[in-house]
Design a protein around this ligand. Sequence first.
Ligand code: GLP
Length: 245
Amino acid sequence: MTLARLVDILPASAWADHVAGLLADRLAARPNLVVCLPTGSTPRPVYEALPGILQARSVSAAAATVVLLDEYVGLAAGHRARCDSMLRRGLLDRLDPSVARFIPFDMDDMSPQEACTQVDAAVSAAGGLDLVVLGLGRNGHIGMNEPGSAPDAPTRPVELTPSTRAAAIGYGVDPPPTHGVTLGVAGIVSTREIWLLATGAAKTGILARVLDGPVTTNVPATLLRGHPGLRVMVDDAARPNGPVR
Ligand code: GLP
C-alpha cells in the first residue's frame, strides 16, 4: 500500500506550527476532545507553539481531556523526567485555562498493573480516545510498546530496551528506569485518528523502516500501517528523500 498521501513533510521551521495548528483545528471542531499525548523531545516545540495558536484563534482546550501515553516506573512524584511532569511542564501548565481533565498513570498509590487498569477505565469513562499522538522511538517503538509488542498488546507494564533507557537519560534520569507502563498497541490502533510524529536526522533511518520496510512487530510503528486514520507528520530532516515511493 502507498502511504504517500498520509505523510506530511514540512520544513523543520514550519513543522511544529503545522502540528499545533492541526491540534487547534481538532479542539475547535470538538471542544471535549479526548486526546492521548506523548512526551519526549519530539513534541516539545508543538507544545510550545500550541498555547499561542489557541489564543490567536480563540480556541480553548478547557473542555478537553488529555491522556498520558506512557510513564516510567520507579521515579518519585514530581521527578523532572517523569512523563506526567514533562507533559504538565511542557504543555498543561501553560494552557490558560488548562484542560478539563488529565489522566496520567498513578505511579504513586498503586501498582503498575493497577495504574494501567485505572487508565483504561478512565479512558472508557471519558467515552474513548478521539486522537492518539505518538512520538517515534529510536527502535521504532510507539509509547513504550517495544519491539516484539503484539498488535493486540493491552495497556500494561513493560520492560524497557537499552535504546529506550538510553533515551531516558536525555530527559534527566541516570541511571534510567528499567520498566515503564504504556497504552497498548491495541488501544492505539482502536482509536479513530493516529498522528505519528518524527523530526530530525537521528530519526531518518528508523522512519524509513517504518514507512518503507515490511510490517513487523520488530518495528512496532509499522503496525500502524493500513490504519485508515493514520497521519504521519515529519520534518524534512527526518525524511530527506521526500514522500513514500
Ligand atoms: C520515548 C518515550 C515515547 C517517545 C519516544 C520518542 O522513550 N517513551 O513516548 O515518544 O521515546 O522520544 P523522542 O521524541 O525524545 O525521540
